[in-house]
Design a protein around this ligand. Structure first.
Ligand code: MLT
Length: 243
């Protein structure tokens, strides 16, 4: 399997339809997606553009939808929830479709949506997604981080390294690391794998969230490793479900 990592949406190779892609936004969009699907959400429909989200969500009954989103880390005015993974509890999301827009994560999902198989990964569901990729005998995997407004992020690279590390541990002879970005992500994982939460708090977006108020529960949730068995999978463009 040829494995490449791209830091942000704009780095994703244009015009390509890779066999498989994994989108990562550790703080916090893909952690929220994993938790919401694990808690019974019917699907998470993702939008980079807020007007499109509003038009599409208006087609749904209010009782069967939840509007989830943030800009700059803060809940979008008029939305039901912000982007905290601890808010997507079963009582609020079970059986419902979430309509989500975030500053960076949903942009990366949009950039990668033409991949023939698209998954989202956070640290809590790293093993589940890695095992799915291995079971599909994928020959080409693009890993895409989200970063912050076009810039590199430490926490997404940490998770990219954690995925590559799992794949190497379980199928080393089949893995071919293609780019230096992924070699660097692996080194990052080797450096911080025993201090995941410290890494997330050190990252610039971790410090941004801390500056907005107490996000201790988010850090705890986003730092869990291999605790969720859900594999968020794109089932139609922009729609992610626990397929
Ligand atoms: C993003 O998309 O940039 C993030 O998920 C922001 C956040 O809510 O922490």
């Amino acid at each position: 399997m040829e494995l490449s990592y791209f830091h942000v949406a704009d780095d994703f190779p244009q015009g390509q339809e890779p066999e498989a892609a994994v989108v990562i936004d550790v703080l916090r969009a893909t952690t929220t997606i994993a938790c919401a699907l694990n808690n019974g959400a019917e699907a998470v429909e993702t939008f980079a553009d807020l007007d499109k989200l509003k038009r599409r969500s208006d087609e749904w009954l209010k009782t069967s939808r939840v509007l989830v989103g943030e800009r700059g880390g803060k809940r979008i005015k008029g939305f039901d929830l912000g982007n905290s993974p601890i808010d997507v509890v079963p009582e609020l999301v079970s059986g419902k479709r979430l309509f989500m827009s975030t500053t960076n994560g949903t942009r990366s999902l949009q950039a990668a949506r033409k991949a023939r198989n698209l998954y989202t990964l956070a640290l809590p569901n790293r093993k589940a997604v890695a095992e799915k990729i291995l079971s599909c005998e994928t020959s080409q995997l693009f890993i895409l981080g989200s970063g912050w407004e076009g810039s590199y992020s430490l926490e997404d690279s940490l998770a990219a390294g954690s995925l590559a590390s799992f794949l190497l541990d379980h199928a080393e002879d089949k893995i071919n690391i293609i780019n230096d970005e992924l070699i660097a992500a692996l080194a990052l994982w080797n450096q911080w794998s025993n201090e995941i939460e410290a890494c997330l708090r050190t990252a610039s977006h971790g410090r941004r969230l801390s500056g907005l108020g107490n996000h201790d529960a988010d850090f705890t949730c986003c730092s869990q490793l291999d605790t969720l068995h859900v594999v968020p999978t794109q089932v139609e463009p922009g729609v992610i479900s626990a397929a």
